[in-house]
Ligand binder design. Structure first.
Ligand code: NDP
Ligand code: OXD
Length: 321
């Protein structure tokens, strides 16, 4: 056990974030390394060189004076970026095929659900109503993906292959086969105007907070076969103005919404989102990080780093993602 210690700080609170389960996986892939599950910690904080974390409390990581790398056990690092005392060491995030494909499943599921009028059809079934409506083809629908990074670009490619007219919006210019690419604030309106189903896979940063608001929804295409545009947000709750979503669903600016993330999580029991007939809600599980896959990913990165190699998927603190 002469290798530097890895500390686990996991505060998810749901089944996938069971700290004991993550500890077992890390013990298996780091056999010759001490793995401490904190805060039950046992040793000297100075021994900790690596930390693998999910939603650590602000200030928690500052307790390790010899930290070399922080591994975030998810893709989004907004919670860590908000910690003013975060040690100034490389922060590595998750960008792996397993997580990406889970998110693409979620996005495709929800795009198809709205495109194929599932809310109407399920209500018809409950009411024993045999009244099919006209079903338009996928090519009639413009899907616009905010965020063309690891997750957005994969979802865009699969949706394009299903026949949707796919566009994406990012910070910097992109070229993706068959996807109309927009970037920067100047091109946001043009992107929105051709979008019937808006999918948000942005990171939460100072620039993107509350970007999903009434002003933005009002610029989406209203002339498509769906009648009113649809919002799908699996990025972060802080990206959305929740009062605006409710108003826009109620006055018809939006036709429906699929939401996976919320300003406050777990979503409080008195949130109107739970029972809103135009909202399809999931409990922040669009794309779970799998303990088997991600413990291996972290262990491999540490081995490579200790052998003098470069870390992968390092966050740029200036951009915040
Ligand atoms: P990436 O960093 O790979 O991609 C982020 C994309 O957003 C990039 O294309 C980037 O542009 C774009 N972007 C960032 N800021 C802006 C801006 N101000 N204006 C325009 N575009 C912007 O992240 P991932 O794709 O891996 O993940 C995206 C987010 O998904 C995560 O941050 C996380 O919040 C969320 N997530 C949610 C999960 C869930 O279960 N609900 C699971 C996993 C992730 P550019 O390429 O030019 O830099
Ligand atoms: C993530 C998430 O960021 O699960 O990976 O939200």
């Amino acid at each position: 056990m002469d290798k530097a210690t890895l500390a686990l700080l996991i505060h998810g609170g749901t089944e996938n974030w069971s700290p004991a389960r993550w500890k077992r996986r890390f013990d298996e892939v780091c056999r010759d390394r001490r793995v401490w599950l904190l805060p039950e910690g046992q040793g000297d904080p100075a021994d900790v060189h690596y930390a693998a974390v999910w939603k650590p409390a602000p200030g928690e990581l500052a307790a390790f004076p010899n930290l070399r790398v922080i591994f975030n056990l998810g893709a989004g690092v907004d919670a860590l970026m908000a910690d003013k005392s975060l040690p100034k060491v490389p922060l590595v995030r998750v960008a792996v095929g397993d997580l990406t494909h889970r998110m693409t499943e979620y996005v495709v599921l929800h795009v198809l659900m709205h495109h194929r009028q599932e809310l109407y059809l399920r209500a018809s079934q409950r009411e024993k109503r045999w009244q099919p409506k006209f079903q338009w083809p996928a090519a009639a629908i413009g899907v616009g993906i905010m965020g063309l990074g690891t997750l957005g670009s994969d979802a865009a490619d699969v949706l394009r292959r299903l026949g949707f007219r796919v566009a994406g919006w990012s910070n910097t210019p992109k070229a993706i086969e068959g996807v109309e690419c927009f970037h920067g604030k100047e091109e946001l309106d043009a992107f929105l105007q051709r979008t019937d189903i808006l999918v948000c896979l942005l990171p939460l940063t100072a620039d993107t907070r509350h970007i999903l608001n009434r002003g933005l929804f009002a610029k989406l295409n209203r002339a498509g076969p769906m009648g009113a545009p649809v919002l799908i947000n699996a990025g972060r709750g802080g990206l959305q103005n929740e009062a605006d979503i409710l108003h826009c669903l109620d006055d018809g600016t939006l036709g429906a919404a699929s939401l996976d993330v919320y300003a406050v999580e777990p979503l409080p029991p008195d949130s109107p989102f739970w029972t809103h007939p135009k909202i399809v809600l999931t409990p922040h599980n669009a794309a779970d990080t799998d303990p088997d896959e991600i413990s291996r990913y972290v262990a491999q990165q540490i081995e490579r780093f200790e052998a003098g190699g470069a870390l992968q998927n390092v966050v740029d603190p200036a951009r915040g993602y």
